[in-house]
Design a protein around this ligand. Structure first.
Ligand code: KG4
Ligand code: ZN
Length: 345
């Protein structure tokens, strides 16, 4: 069987070992995700050494399972795309070393993908994306507003100055005694909470700024939690705290995203990263966008968090543009999202 344009994607940047087979950067034939969340949960967060060791254990069976599910063999593959950063260096190195060994032995092109661009390209797996677009990337490590006039061009409009949105969710969840990862727990609790009970601060920063800051909000919520704890015998109003905290984050994300879209005169907004799974963000951003006549698109829930299909999709477009790596490709924990396509005109 000959399947042209078949990409094997590999992702091991944090606590998910994932391998995917994707056709033409679009059609997912397999997307196997082995999550380590249960292993890290008792430590309240990801333990890098445990993550690396677990990736070593699971990478081979996960890749083999992806090939089996896709019903393809090694010789059907056309390229290998792998996350090169940002992420935990030990975790990244597992996927990267395995991808390099495969590329060498199968004599296939190796494509290094930035994890954040992977999140953005998750949208290509499900939407018919038309440039130019505005991307809101909200993950455990990043909160970025990025203008994309075409494939591989990333113009930063704003980013977080301290905590990322997902990081803030995880830290507050931990303070509330909720398990890791905290984002989904806060999302669930907030469903039954009163978001107006606590008026937590929204950091708008200087007028016109598209940067974010969530550390002041985090301190304000922690103060309320501590005050409540001092009132002995009273249980924490978990749902109201979760809802009020979530509303403070979501309000700022929504307002700045809409402003940035209007400023850049784009008609489509694409959201990416783990926090894109948040129900309140999905709902409030959709309503605000509709009011302004803008289209807003989210990946389906299973493609919001870390997975290798998104890496294969991004890798496919890099490969199409001739952006192929060599076997010296290294893991870069703080890899910036740099453009790889030349500016047109
Ligand atoms: O993109 P991702 O899987 O990994 C990184 O690249 O960081 O994002 C993980 C982050 C975690 O902070 C997690 O708490 C958050 O996404 N998250 C959520 C939700 N689902 C995952 N945050 C808020 N609401 C959710 N439903
Ligand atoms: Zn991620």
């Amino acid at each position: 069987m000959s399947q042209p344009l078949l990409t094997l994607g590999i992702e091991t940047s944090c606590d998910e070992t994932s391998a995917a087979v994707v056709l033409a950067g679009k059609k997912i034939l397999a997307n196997i995700i082995s999550t380590q969340i249960p292993l890290h949960r008792r430590f309240g967060g990801v333990v890098p050494e445990i993550a690396s060791r677990q990736h070593v254990k699971t990478i081979v069976p996960v890749v083999e399972a992806a090939l089996e599910e896709a019903k393809v063999s090694w010789s059907d593959l056309d390229h290998i795309a792998v996350t090169a950063g940002p992420g935990l260096v030990g975790a990244l190195l597992v996927g990267l070393s395995y991808a390099k060994a495969l590329a060498y032995s199968l004599e296939l092109p190796l494509i290094g993908v930035n994890h954040l661009e992977g999140h953005i390209y998750a949208n290509w797996l499900v939407h018919d994306v038309q440039f130019p677009i505005l991307c809101l990337v909200v993950s455990g490590g990043h909160t970025d507003l990025i203008y994309m006039p075409q494939h591989g061009q990333y113009e930063y409009l704003g980013r977080t100055r301290d905590d990322a949105a997902g990081e803030a969710f995880d830290k507050i969840a931990r303070a509330l005694g909720l398990p890791y990862p905290g984002g989904p727990e806060i999302d669930r609790l907030a469903q039954t909470g009163d978001e107006t009970r606590y008026d937590f601060p929204r950091a708008w920063l200087e007028p016109g700024s598209f940067d974010f800051s969530f550390s002041g909000l985090k301190s304000a919520v922690l103060n309320v939690i501590n005050q409540q704890r001092q009132k002995k015998g009273l249980a924490l109003p978990l749902a109201d705290l979760a809802a009020s905290f979530q509303a403070a984050i979501v309000d700022v994300l929504v307002a700045k995203t809409i402003d940035a879209a209007l400023m850049k005169e784009v008609t489509s907004i694409y959201v990416a990263g783990g926090v894109a799974a948040n129900r309140s963000l999905r709902q409030k951003l959709s309503v605000a966008a509709q009011t302004e006549g803008l289209e807003v698109c989210f990946p389906p829930l299973e493609l919001c968090t870390d997975n290798a299909a998104m890496i294969a999709a991004a890798g496919f477009y890099r490969w199409q543009a001739g952006d192929v790596a060599n076997l010296y490709l290294n893991a870069t924990p703080n890899l910036p999202l740099a453009s790889w396509a030349p500016t047109s005109g």
